[in-house]
Design a protein around this ligand. Structure first.
Ligand SMILES: Cc1ncc(COP(=O)(O)O)c(C=O)c1O
Length: 402
């Protein structure tokens, strides 16, 4: 019996149940995979070290809202993939976006943001930041003249946009937008969720904070919600304070699942992009499809100058010819492989009807002004075999017209 076990022998049953076996000496082995550390608090060698860890003078962990070893492993992985000095994980993509913007503004400041944003991001800027006295002006970020005019007039603290927009997959000119942002002394915050660090690293062009909903491609399996901001070491410290005080941190179980997902990001994304490109080309020839949106097919945005490879992303949008909600619902009902689900980036192919979900809050006129018609479908390509996907979509498209 070990010395520790012997010490436990004379103690009461409940004391033994609570303490026996826990907190062994630090093991002399290194697990190949980062363990899940669910522990909320951490012991230090002595109170002086604990004090120094609390004060940030010594590396270490004291309380999981301040930092967690599993989450830290994920942060290091994403910072490495995005080519930034550091990264900080949050409980969701929205929490990461909130922190990235909140860190730059105070009451009375202004934000300029892309009109083509994920609906909840748009609502967060208008409602949450609006209430805090931070007003947002929305612009078409593909119209650089309009962006410059607005920046000159509004003098915002932040310019916010998505690398590839939702749902029409318009590609933003990151270098040009960063140059404008710098000219008017704004910080640039970019949501890189759709492109992933495999396709583009916005920080290489001078973007100040790169945000991901890790719920999507980074996790990749639809089983963990999370967000992250990849940025400089200084900004990461500021965000760390925000994370501590807002409590919007990522839990260790989700961090672990996401870290596992990240390991296969390039393999999944490569296949998803290939499937999306093949489906986009095939859809252009389908008799029930009147319009296809896919970077490279559309000339919307400078895909060539920002993507690191010839991959154009895993999202395709298309308009079912002459369709309204009823026909799109018939299409969705007829699918056998593609899932009519409200997320993207998973290994499963998923379709979404923007007027029902992401752009539900807008009127049909507002949607039309953004180019989102009543027959528009957004498809997130999964990793399935392409022939099965085409067969499934073909049957459902033909059913949408009957
Ligand atoms: C581009 C984009 N950014 C941010 C988010 C929000 O992420 P989460 O759902 O993880 O909060 C989403 C969610 O769909 C998204 O599509």
């Amino acid at each position: 019996m070990s010395e520790r076990a012997q010490r436990e022998v004379g103690r009461g049953f409940t004391t033994r149940a609570v303490h026996a076996g826990e907190r062994p000496e630090r093991p002399a082995f290194t697990p190949t995979v980062t363990p899940i550390y669910p522990s909320v608090s951490y012991l230090a060698a002595d109170p002086e070290s604990q004090d120094a860890i609390f004060g940030g003078e010594l590396p270490g962990y004291v309380y999981t809202r301040h930092g967690n070893p599993t989450t830290r492993a994920l942060e290091v992985a994403v910072a490495t993939l995005e080519g930034t000095e550091d990264a900080l994980a949050f409980g969701s993509g929205m929490a990461a976006l909130l922190a990235a913007v909140l860190n730059e503004v105070q009451a009375g400041d202004r934000v300029v943001a892309a009109r083509d944003l994920y609906g909840a991001t748009q609502a967060m800027l208008a409602n949450v930041f609006g209430t805090l006295g931070v007003k947002t002006t929305f612009v078409d970020v593909l119209d650089l003249e309009q962006v410059e005019q607005t920046l000159a007039e509004v003098r915002p603290r932040v310019l916010l946009f998505e690398t590839i927009s939702n749902p029409l997959v318009r590609v933003a000119d990151i270098p040009a937008l960063v140059a404008l942002s710098r000219k008017y002394k704004a910080r640039t915050v970019v949501d890189n969720t759709f492109a992933t660090p495999l396709l583009v690293n916005p920080a290489r062009f001078g973007v100040d904070a790169v945000v991901h909903s890790m719920t999507k491609y980074l996790g990749g399996h639809g089983d963990a919600t999370g967000g992250i901001v990849a940025t400089t070491a200084d900004r990461m410290l500021e965000l760390g304070e925000l994370g501590k005080l807002t409590g919007a941190v990522l839990g260790p179980f989700e961090a672990w699942l996401t870290l596992r997902g990240v390991k296969t990001l390039s393999l999944r994304m490569q296949r998803q992009c290939e499937n999306a490109a093949a489906l986009a080309a095939w859809l252009t020839r389908h008799p029930r499809v009147s319009r296809v949106y896919y970077p490279g097919l559309t000339s919307l945005g400078p895909a060539e100058c920002i993507f690191k490879s010839d991959l154009r992303g895993g999202i395709v949008a298309f308009e079912i010819a002459g369709a309204g909600q009823a026909e799109v619902f018939d299409f969705m009902r007829s699918l056998r492989i593609c899932l009519p689900a409200t997320t993207l980036g998973d290994v499963y192919t998923m379709v979404l009807y923007p007027p029902m979900s992401t752009h539900r809050a807008l009127t049909p006129q507002e949607r039309a002004a953004m180019g989102i018609g009543d027959g528009l479908v957004r498809l997130s390509a999964g990793i399935e075999d392409i022939d099965d996907l085409m067969e499934d979509l073909d049957r459902a498209l033909l059913a949408s017209g009957s």
